[in-house]
Ligand binder design. Sequence first.
Ligand code: CDP
Ligand code: CDP
Length: 224
Amino acid sequence: QNECYSIAIDGPASSGKSTIAKEVSKILNMEYIDTGAMYRALTWKVLENNLDPKDKKLVLKLLETTNIDFKDGNIYLDGKVINDEIRLNYVSQSVSYIAIIPEVRQKMVELQQNMARCKNIVMDGRDIGTVVLTNAKYKFFLTATIEERALRRYKELNQNGDKEINLKVLEEDIRKRDKIDSNREADPLKQAEDAILIDTTEKSIKEVVDAIVLCVKGGNTVAL
Ligand code: CDP
Ligand code: CDP
């Protein structure tokens, strides 16, 4: 069993975590878990039920009867796949208020640790290297300038037909979310001391993937 190992990938919104983590997991034949999707799934359910994401009591009540799982690249909410719904911008705008609640985090962290047990896993999020998988064999922290990250998300939403999106508003949304995520009391977004920092601003997806795979396969990491 001690042959299993994990790779933790953290970083701010739209720094490329999920794209890169997915690709790395394919190349190294590991499982991939998107922890952000789990917080997004609960947020989507809260909004579907017309609840206020800041109403901790009601959110926790709803959580009691909520089942969240991430399997084979799909996010399941109460047994139903909701991959597309959770990416909508109104979900992004509320998710940090849900993720700030310590009891919500406690439950998600426990689920995530159970998912990773005895498996080769690539997991991405905000607190993977610092809280969820502190023993991960490899830890990476991805960053990019706020302008680049907003632009990436803008292109992505546009491609998915979300034409109402405004680049400046999106940049403000991301800035706000990063601020809440970095300053919250429970498990804030933070680079783990033993994580390798990769600034992806001017790097292609392939360059970042190659750098991580090389590092895991034992090559040097100086180029990062
Ligand atoms: O893809 P993007 O970077 O926009 O977000 P995400 O990874 O899907 O995460 C959405 C939100 O969930 C974050 O802004 C955090 O508030 C929360 N989150 C968290 O608190 N801890 C994690 N491990 C993953 C996500
Ligand atoms: O998971 P996270 O929010 O950190 O980012 P993502 O959803 O993986 O990436 C956001 C967008 O940036 C995607 O459309 C990626 O294709 C793109 N991207 C990029 O253009 N260059 C990179 N080096 C990494 C991601």
